[in-house]
Design a protein around this ligand. Structure first.
Ligand SMILES: [Zn+2]
Length: 422
């Protein structure tokens, strides 16, 4: 109760909204009804019948406000309102409508609804614009069905080839391309976005930073990059009772030294680099046998690409050094490397000014999780706004954000876009 009261107390920012809150809520409820679960969540995996139904609904809304709809070769959907300068790069607002299994109603959906609502408001107010305006819906952002997150936006930005995407299979062996055709959303390559003047994504925070700081809008400065390694140590299995300490080739002791050493190193650096060892396999995994084979996962995150590269290099050097000290052999696999995305400074400043002048409590922050905006950042100036998540819960049925916070973010984005139209 106290928590609720506190939240209420800090939310008495009353102002006239320029977008239509009632309409937004109505649209939100329609999407929340497609693929809904018993406990108020959503299961709407990419390219399923539920995804198709939600896509059809969004396309219907696009057509109702006379947007020209086109679909690209990855099933990404774009609704366009033509500007006065015919071939200039467009202003694009979007996100995704696919979900994880038993996910929440807010993740992704809010970013798409924001686009529809902002374009509808501009249409109703009859505001002229030099730049064309588009709403975007990206395919398979969650990576829950086809196991590559941000698939549609990454592919469009050239991070994955069309062949790779088409050949992806879900758990039951169905191919991406077949499912895309089946739901009627295979478009053409020409429909992809090549360049944007501005891309904006409104998204729930999926963390507790805004809630803890009593802020209502997160201005996202960037998304961290990541580097994944798998290190396998090969030693020798011997009896625990009869092998002297000095003669051992213990794979687990090597792994433990690595974990301890690198954790200490990351802590002492104090530069916000993160390192996590989340997974370990031990063989033979018997209490009285010296382990001969141990593998660990290494997850390194950083907002600075040079530092991410140099940390990865340092970690590899330490793996070899520690293995040698312990008389074991180490094999390193580099499985994923994703560059960080740093969003547009100028747009961040403009959003900050807007929040100050409208007395909106905001927080400038970085995102640990990936979003479509990460890849859109490669096509032009990009910005993200975060909405507080109640107790940070996301990717679950309890996922929730307060409606007045959602409205405030979309309204703030509208005010930004209004200034960028010409
Ligand atoms: Zn999302």
């Amino acid at each position: 109760v106290i928590k609720l009261l506190l939240r209420f107390k800090f939310k008495v920012v009353v102002r006239k909204m320029l977008v239509n809150g009632a309409r937004l809520l109505e649209n939100f409820n329609i999407l929340a009804g497609i693929g809904s679960t018993k406990n108020g969540g959503i299961t709407r995996l990419a390219l399923t019948n539920e995804d198709k139904e939600a896509r059809n609904q969004v396309v219907k809304w696009m057509q109702e406000i006379d947007l020209k709809v086109r679909i690209d070769d990855f099933g990404n959907i774009f609704g366009r309102k033509e500007g006065r300068i015919p071939n200039a790069p467009p202003i694009v607002i979007g996100s995704h409508i696919d979900s994880v299994k038993n996910g929440g109603r807010f993740d992704g959906v809010i970013g798409v609804l924001a686009g529809i609502e902002i374009l509808q408001t501009i249409t109703e107010k009859n505001i002229g614009h030099d730049y064309s305006l588009e709403v975007a819906v990206f395919t398979n952002e969650e990576g829950a069905r086809f196991q590559r997150p941000m698939l549609g936006s990454a592919a469009m930005a050239g991070a994955i080839s069309q062949e790779q995407v088409y050949n992806m299979q879900d758990d039951s062996g169905k191919f991406f391309i077949d499912e895309l055709k089946r739901i009627g959303y295979l478009g053409n390559k020409e429909s992809r976005l090549k360049e944007v003047k501005l891309f904006a994504e409104v998204h729930i925070e999926q963390g507790t930073i805004l809630e803890e700081n009593n802020k209502r809008i997160g201005i996202v400065q960037g998304i961290s990059g990541l580097s994944w390694l798998k290190a396998s140590f090969f030693g020798q299995s011997d009896h625990a009772a009869s092998t002297p300490m000095i003669q051992r080739k213990d794979a687990l002791v090597s792994a433990a030294n690595v974990i301890n050493n690198l954790t200490q190193w990351a802590k002492e650096k104090m530069d916000n680099s993160l390192i996590t060892f989340g997974k370990m396999n031990v063989r033979p995994n018997i209490a009285n046998v010296i382990p001969n084979e141990v593998s660990i996962s290494i997850d390194i995150r950083d907002f600075d690409n040079d530092r991410l590269l140099s940390s990865t290099k340092y970690v590899k050097e330490q793996l070899y050094r520690i293995a040698e000290e312990n008389n074991v052999v180490v094999k390193i696999e580099e499985s994923v490397f994703q560059e960080p995305a740093i969003f547009n400074k100028n747009l961040i400043d403009k959003l900050e000014v807007l929040c100050i002048s409208n007395q909106v409590p905001y927080h400038k922050m970085l995102s640990g999780a990936g979003h479509d905006a990460m890849y859109m950042n490669r096509l032009g100036n990009t910005i993200m706004l975060f909405i507080p998540s109640v107790e940070g819960k996301s990717h679950c049925e309890e996922e929730h954000s307060d409606w007045d916070d959602i409205l405030l973010s979309i309204d703030t984005l509208y005010r930004l876009i209004e200034k960028e139209l010409n």
